[in-house]
Design a protein around this ligand. Structure first.
Ligand code: ADP
Ligand code: MG
Length: 248
């Protein structure tokens, strides 16, 4: 579903992605982890065509997304993206936030889009908040609305960039639970997160990045019991040290 082949990304002189290759199969969940500055956000942004690349190819569903002829807006609309910051439109209700893309991009009628919003909100456990304004929701609820909004595009793939990092700790679980449900429903997902419990439980594969490279691609079993790369071993030792908040 997602194929990265020798992707090169430079920010000026800085080599942010160095020959990054990897594949995510249909229905697979890949958790991307690694130290701060290792290129996780950059990689995920290139998959959504938010960043130009200078070498290699990225395919989604077999389609080269950097091919000249591709319509960038249509491409982006076809890939779900959930950020650390929820970015809901503050002047629109929850329902309208979710209806926006189906109406504008997919040309759905108001009635259809509203029905869809209702169904998706039920899925993320927020049917009762359909007419609330974002400001009146908790961070965890806002992030669940953001997930519903991403789903409204019916994307084949959803990319998550640290979806729980901006949340108070007591709200992390409700968002991870929604993501776990999506994974169980068969959604193809790439998730940048430091939530190693989620990685262990939900990921099919873990990609560990360091200095712009994917230095390890393992199953959670391998990764947590016998990480191959010394940098991965150090990362796990730091992040799993009891009593130390997981952050990077
Ligand atoms: P991560 O998400 O793993 O913390 P990023 O992908 O955000 O890492 O960043 C990787 C590296 O690229 C960092 O050194 C960062 O400073 C640099 N970088 C990220 N975005 C830009 C940008 N727009 N311009 C220049 N350098 C950038
Ligand atoms: Mg990042």
């Amino acid at each position: 579903m997602i194929e990265l082949d020798k992707v090169q990304k430079w920010y000026g002189q800085y080599h942010a992605l160095d020959c990054v290759s990897g594949r995510v199969a249909n229905g697979e969940v890949v958790v991307v982890c690694g130290p701060s500055g290792s290129g996780k956000s950059t990689m995920i942004r290139t998959i959504n065509r938010l960043e130009p690349i200078q070498g290699g190819t990225i395919r989604i569903g077999g389609k080269d997304i950097y091919a000249q002829c591709e319509d960038v807006n249509a491409l982006r609309a076809g890939i779900g993206f959930v950020f650390q910051q929820f970015n809901l439109f503050p002047h629109l209700s929850v329902r309208e936030n979710i209806m926006l893309s189906p109406m504008k991009v997919a040309g759905m009628s108001r009635a259809q889009a509203s029905d869809m919003a209702q169904g998706l909100l039920a899925k993320v456990g927020l049917a009762h908040k359909i007419d609330a304004m974002p400001a009146n929701l908790s961070g965890g609820q806002q992030q669940r609305v953001a997930i519903a909004r991403a789903l409204a595009q019916r994307p084949p793939v959803i990319l998550f960039d640290e979806p729980t990092s901006a949340l108070d700790p007591e709200m992390v679980g409700e968002v991870l639970a929604v993501m776990k449900q999506l994974a169980q429903d068969g959604m193809t997902m790439m998730v940048v997160t430091h939530e190693m419990g989620f990685a262990r439980e939900v990921a099919d594969r873990i990609w560990f990045m360091d200095e712009g490279r994917i230095v390890e691609q393992s199953t959670p079993g391998q990764f947590f019991s016998q990480p191959e790369h010394p940098r991965a071993r150090r990362f796990l030792a730091d992040i799993l040290r009891p009593g130390v908040a997981a952050c990077a």
